[in-house]
Ligand binder design. Structure first.
Ligand code: ATR
Length: 268
């Protein structure tokens, strides 16, 4: 079974290690390759996938660009407008989005309540799109703070979200009244000393999730824990989006613990 990941660049991906370990744990013959694909090579790559792969994951910058090459979209992928998993069913390519359910599985596994939550998402990029849709579908009240207001307003219109802002003072008020805050910006990723939310704006209780997994402990999470809040890093979402993709390709129950171990091993 040939599997892989399409993205550009792909230097830091944990997915090959995670999926190779999962295939081996289940005794499945197969491989998972990092298929680095610059934008101008996407069409050719998708031909190759159609001919020779059982499926692929799709990451930056192709999650939207891949859609015209697919024969069918799952309802989730269609609603979110992004595909992170392609399944090849005898030459017909299906697009799925496991980022959205993967994010929720990570919360569930940690016992974090989200169904009636008053949520604040920091950021309005590709990751925010899947998470906003997932939380809204699950019955949370979803608000967004983003540097560029128009990107947040676009998600608000598409998904019927609550308030969105690019204003620091409004954001402070929204943060203090949230019981679930999710960082999807790349702020703590690019600079470990930076944080997308000032510590004094953290609410008195609740949970802070940072989908950044490298570093595993961001400044945002450190400050949230110091303030007595529950925290969750980015590894659960990474592992669960992979596990759900693996299940789509193989039809087998994914060895989630093995996938966690493989991902952690790569981060150390
Ligand atoms: P991804 O697909 O991983 O979500 P993205 O689409 O590039 O990545 O989105 C990155 C997010 O981080 C965006 O919300 C971006 O804000 P803008 O929409 O204003 O670009 C946010 N972001 C990145 N660098 C930032 C910074 N220095 N300060 C504030 N927000 C930042």
């Amino acid at each position: 079974m040939r599997l892989g990941l399409i993205g550009y660049p792909l230097s830091h991906t944990l997915s090959p290690a995670m999926h190779a370990a999962a295939l081996e744990a289940l005794g499945l013959a197969g491989s998972y390759a990092a298929l680095e694909t610059p934008p101008e090579a996407l069409a050719e790559r998708m031909d190759e996938v159609r001919r020779a792969y059982r499926g692929v994951n799709v990451t930056v910058p192709h999650k939207e660009a891949v859609m015209p090459y697919l024969d069918r979209l799952s309802p989730e992928a269609e609603a979110i407008g992004a595909v992170n998993t392609v399944v090849n069913r005898e030459g017909r390519l299906e697009g799925h989005n496991t980022d959205a359910p993967g994010f929720l599985r990570g919360l569930e596994e940690a016992g974090i309540e989200y169904r009636g939550a008053k949520a604040l998402i920091l950021g309005a990029g590709g990751a925010a799109r899947a998470i906003a849709w997932a939380l809204k579908q699950a019955g949370a009240q979803v608000r967004i703070g983003n540097r560029t207001l128009e990107r947040a307003a676009q998600l608000q219109r598409e998904f019927g979200l609550g308030e969105v802002t690019d204003n620091e003072l409004v954001l402070a008020g929204m943060a203090r009244s949230s019981d679930l805050i999710v960082n999807t910006t790349t702020v703590g990723l690019k600079d470990p000393a930076a944080t997308p939310l000032r510590a004094e704006w953290l609410p008195a209780g609740g949970t802070v999730v940072d989908i950044v997994y490298n570093p595993l402990e961001t400044r945002l999470l450190r400050e949230a824990r110091a303030a007595g809040l529950r925290t969750l890093g980015g590894l659960p979402m990474l592992v669960w989006q992979g596990a759900l993709a693996f299940e789509l390709w193989t039809g087998q129950r994914p060895p989630v613990e093995v996938m966690y171990q493989a991902a952690r091993g790569k981060l150390e």
